[in-house]
Design a protein around this ligand. Structure first.
Ligand code: G4P
Length: 292
């Protein structure tokens, strides 16, 4: 689906990362565990000049754990890469992230060689939450040092461990068509850049084949997986509208309202734990040359 969203500050973010990267030891790329492939920024590999990378699959509490394990194994098999899964608001596991960075750059230790980490991720992936959890109210230091732009802030996590935060960055165009709806469904894309009904229909097209039991339980459809899988996407949205009382005066179904319900239920995990893409999907995109 078409999403046009590259606001001016994204260019500034890109520039800020490009300038900061030469002094960085480890890059933390925060990904959404429900859509690790689509939430990975293809520009980042180019910008971060192949620095050791920690992939953090955040919002693991919302994702399907079997898929999360598969994604972790896949990333951890890559050179100079470690991957961990987190719920960013959970303090103890978040501290594991510091240990993982230290493993990626073992020579950086002590006040003369502090660990310098850059954290990147798309909007809404949980960067602020994670930083607040990690810093546990330690004062964030901002802007008082040469080269730190208003776009960045430096957070001191330990005496010899600095974290640079960058604003969330999406990319100029969505290369893989399916990624557009997944990003929109997850809440990463500004509300004005997509049509909620269109996104909900794409989402249902996926859910009916992969998570039919969750749809049945949430909306009391009273249908088995085969019957749900055989429904047209429009038909399914209409049934959800009826089951949820999304009806306008005159009895017409309010499909916009039904779409909002489906998207809200996905984002809050009221629907259950859902992952929107598998490692195999991602490998197929790579094989088709849709990603670098
Ligand atoms: P950002 O800085 O990358 O833009 O993201 P931010 O931390 O603001 O997080 C965006 C939303 O995602 C917030 O919800 C936040 O609570 C939620 N979030 C972050 N990490 C996790 C996680 O690991 N698990 C879950 N379930 N949610 C997470 P919000 O609805 O926008 O705000 P609020 O509910 O915190 O008020």
């Amino acid at each position: 689906m078409a999403i046009q969203w590259f606001p001016g500050h994204m260019h500034l973010t890109r520039k800020a990362i490009g300038e900061r990267i030469k002094d960085i030891d480890v890059v933390i790329e925060l990904l959404d565990a429900r859509l690790p492939g689509s939430s990975a920024n293809p520009l980042l590999a180019e910008l971060t000049a192949h620095k050791p990378t920690l992939k953090v699959l955040n919002k693991q509490d919302l994702a399907d754990s079997a898929h999360t394990s598969a994604w972790l194994a896949w990333y951890n098999a890559r050179p100079a890469t470690r991957a961990i899964a987190l719920d960013a608001s959970d303090a103890a596991p978040a501290r594991r992230l510091i240990d993982a960075c230290r493993q990626l750059a073992p020579n950086r230790r002590g006040l003369s060689k502090p660990m310098r980490v850059l954290i990147c991720g798309i909007p809404n992936v949980g960067k602020s939450t994670l930083i607040n959890t990690l810093s546990a109210k330690r004062q964030a230091k901002t802007g008082d040092e040469a080269g730190i732009t208003k776009q960045e802030q430096r957070i001191v996590l330990d005496d010899d461990f600095y974290l640079w935060d960058t604003p969330g960055m999406l990319w100029p165009r969505i290369i893989v068509p399916e990624s557009g709806y997944r990003l929109a469904a997850s809440g990463a894309v500004g509300r004005n850049a997509y049509d909620e009904e269109e996104v909900a229909l794409e989402l249902l097209a996926y859910l009916k084949h992969h998570y039919a039991a969750l749809l049945d339980a949430r909306y009391r459809l009273g249908l088995d997986a085969q019957a749900i899988g055989a429904m047209h996407d429009d038909e399914l949205l209409e049934l959800i509208a009826r089951k949820r009382g999304a009806v306008m005066s005159g009895g017409r179904l309010n499909l916009q309202k039904a779409a909002e319900i489906v998207l809200t239920d996905l984002r809050s995990a009221a629907l259950g734990r859902v992952t929107l893409e598998s490692v195999e999907d991602f490998q197929a995109w790579l094989a088709a040359g849709q990603l670098q």
